[in-house]
Design a protein around this ligand. Structure first.
Ligand SMILES: [Zn+2]
Length: 103
């Protein structure tokens, strides 16, 4: 399962904890590059706590042979017992499985 981290917190932590290095040309002794070690960045990223988020799943309202709308993901109609609407086809989310309907 995917995990999500706070980008700003990751950048801030990398800037505060990862020591940069410079690349020096041995012949001219000039600095020709700089950077950070990949392993140091990975260590920082692995140390961050994953954010408590849930991935958004998408679906769409489709019509069956009776022209009744149903969810493309769970296959259920947007009403309960065929009588009481708990959400119509205009709903932004499926009331059964929670997918977000494509605009
Ligand atoms: Zn659904």
């Amino acid at each position: 399962m995917a995990e999500y981290i706070d980008r700003d917190k990751a950048i801030e932590t990398i800037q505060e904890t990862v020591e940069p290095y410079v690349i020096v040309d041995p012949e001219t002794t000039c600095i020709v590059g700089a950077g950070v070690k990949e392993a140091d960045v990975i260590k920082v990223l692995n140390g961050l706590t994953a954010a408590d988020v849930q991935e958004v799943r998408y679906g769409e309202w489709l019509e069956d042979e009776h022209k009744a709308e149903y969810c493309s993901k769970c296959g259920k109609h947007p009403y309960n017992d065929g009588e009481y609407y708990i959400a119509g086809w205009w709903s932004e989310f499926c009331p059964h499985c929670g997918v977000k309907m494509k605009g």
